[in-house]
Design a protein around this ligand. Structure first.
Ligand code: KIV
Length: 317
């Protein structure tokens, strides 16, 4: 008789489960743990994959608890969290600091960490060792690397070190100086050919998923149909297997006009400004804190204190 997979508290034989590590299930047993394998199943089922960036514990918890499939600690935190001009300045240590905070807030979603500029371009040994830091120290489940076919060998080496890799092609912000700005890619026939070569090379190298940024929807659709890895689009049209947006973009926390592909789902800037201004006004008008927001002495201590104070007053007269 074929033994059943061990059910929660069931005590059956471990016939179908090869490890007691609950891959495919969150450690607290609730919800559905997203894995690289479940992402591929979603692609096969044509079930759209959702991904948002998060950079700290609170936003990570909110995103995860809302049921988003993938949380990306993007190097976009260089601008959104740290106020840098572009993504080129952010360091491994800065990225790791945020990945660790997000790890503590994410239970079900697949956690992807962006490898920052300079952490994988120099040599492959350093790249694999930096990727391993994201897994070992940061708790990331996947690392993301920008670039097309020229990254295929490196991606194989990182995967050989048991680290799943997400590719990122099209508009790759770490190449801003080479691209001469943040320009939509793949608009010419030669550009389309290059993008297709990039996508196929990374797919063959074994990427867990492929972020496709800033390309015409027709091109993203061709890539999505061609590769077995799920494509996660940003500014790449609706035919991708999934969509990613930047947390700060959907909440109006970027202090500037949004890109064409951004849809704003809330106005956190207005919410925060109103709350901060109301606090300021309450403090200045002495309406905060009220008596109910203050601690009080126990009755006996209050009575004792009154007695001491009136004795002192009497002595001063
Ligand atoms: O850094 C980031 O947020 C990203 C996404 C835009 C894909 O790479």
């Amino acid at each position: 008789m074929r033994a059943q997979a061990l059910s929660a508290g069931g005590g059956g034989a471990l016939e179908d489960i090869m490890s007691i590590t609950p891959i495919g299930r969150p450690f607290d047993g609730s919800g559905h743990k997203v894995t690289t394998a479940s992402l591929r199943e979603q692609k096969l089922r044509h079930e759209p994959i959702t991904c948002l960036t998060a950079y700290d514990y609170a936003s990570a918890r909110l995103v995860d608890e809302a049921g988003i499939d993938m949380v990306l600690v993007g190097d976009s935190l260089a601008q959104t969290m740290l106020g840098y001009e572009n993504t080129l300045s952010v360091t491994m240590d800065e990225m790791l600091h945020h990945v660790k905070a997000v790890r503590r807030g994410v239970k079900n979603a697949l956690l992807v960490a962006d490898m920052p500029y300079g952490s994988y371009q120099i040599d492959s040994k350093t790249a694999v060792s930096n990727a391993a830091r994201f897994v070992k120290e940061g708790g990331a489940e996947v690392v993301k690397i920008e670039g097309g076919e020229k990254r295929a060998d490196l991606i194989r080496q990182i995967i050989d070190a048991e680290i799943p890799v997400a590719g990122h092609i099209g508009l790759t912000p770490q190449s801003v100086n080479v691209m001469g700005g943040y320009k939509v890619q793949g608009k010419s026939l030669a550009g389309i050919e290059q993008l297709m070569r990039d996508a196929v090379a990374l797919d063959r190298a074994g990427v867990a998923c492929l972020y496709v940024e800033g390309v015409p929807r027709e091109v993203a659709a061709m890539i999505t149909a061609e590769v077995s890895a799920p494509t996660i689009g940003i500014g790449a049209g609706p035919e991708c297997d999934g969509q990613v947006l930047v947390f700060h973009d959907i909440l109006n926390l970027t202090f500037g006009p949004p890109a064409k592909f951004v849809r704003r789902y809330g106005d956190a800037a207005a919410l925060i400004t109103n709350a901060v201004q109301a606090f300021r006004a309450d403090v200045r008008s002495r309406q905060y804190p009220a008596d109910e927001e203050s601690y009080h002495l126990p009755k006996e201590t209050g009575a004792g204190l009154d007695a001491v104070l009136s004795r002192k007053r009497a002595m001063r007269r």
